[in-house]
Write a protein that binds this ligand. Sequence first.
Ligand SMILES: [Zn+2]
Ligand SMILES: [Zn+2]
Length: 384
Amino acid sequence: MSKSASAMVLHKFNEPLEQREFPLPDLNEGELLVKISASGVCGSDVHMWLGKDPRLRLPMILGHEGVGQIAKLRGERHNVHGVPLHEGDLIIWNRGVTCGRCYFCAVKRTPALCPNRWVYGIMTNCADPPYLRGCYAEYILLTSNTDILRISDLIPHSKFRTPNSEFRIPNSLIDPAILVSAGCSGATMAHAFDLHSPDVGDTVVVQGPGPLGIFAVAFAKARGASEIVVIGGTPSRLELCRKFGATLTLNRNETTVDERRQHIMDLTDGRGADVVIEATGSSEAVKEGVGLVRNGGCYLVTGFGNPEGKVELDCFADISRKNICLQGVWVSDTKHLLEAVRLVIDNAGVFSALAVDKFPLAQATKALEAMRDKKTLKGIIVSS
Ligand SMILES: [Zn+2]
Ligand SMILES: [Zn+2]
């Protein structure tokens, strides 16, 4: 193993990332050094790169969606299933690290809301040791309190395991690149479904056919929704949603708000959808989305990672008279990461569509540009 790691550093907003070498750290008890196999480029990475996130302290290494192999560990480390971890294991980890002791962690059991939560590749800085806290790098150092999932433990027996096999699944069975989206958009959508799940036979409407919306379609299908309607503006993305299980797609550039509403009402005997999921990050979508929810239904707002404007709602007609649940969704917990990874593994064939545009580490800036220019649905940085 070399003594240093290459990483792409964000040193100035809206400028190409700079390739730098960092020394590999000595490990403290319980820490893991992970060789990154694949790192997802999230929409919020583009936002950060452009200087629109006030939380950042430069210089830093972006990347909060990583999958990799354990290169080194110090002491005994276990995954969330209580299984000891070994060098060579392919793992994914909760991008957020929480304190476990505050009101939100310990009393309300909602660690996503922990005020002490910090995130790899977002609230981290590479000016000082141990430097390697983001995924746009050859290696990342994970703290002893980071929650770890081992991929081979998540592959169902019925699919790949033979009855008497020694349950060590070869890492090569699953392409790490298809797992990265589970780390952020997948886990966030699992959180939404944890807060409010459709019933079997329900009608679900998804606004926005990006990675979040695609996970919404896949979870809705897995939870037994009968009708899954996706509203979006890019035909190729809507087509992809149909592969994931959407039963109807509506192009917002070819239909009016009233026409789309009529489609949903026709599908539901005039009631409206049981669950509507906002996955656009656009305030305009919210007014329309609330109008599509049936009386007593739920509107899940998942797409806002940053302030994106306001919306006017009629408190009587839109909310109380309809008795709707208006549910915001903020990031995710380890439970949600686990559910998202399982969903991807169970549907690996279709999810491979989210792992098409791969970039070597040195071209991380190109991956950000492709995401910024909407030339790819998902950019993935892979180790060469
Ligand atoms: Zn993200
Ligand atoms: Zn906490």
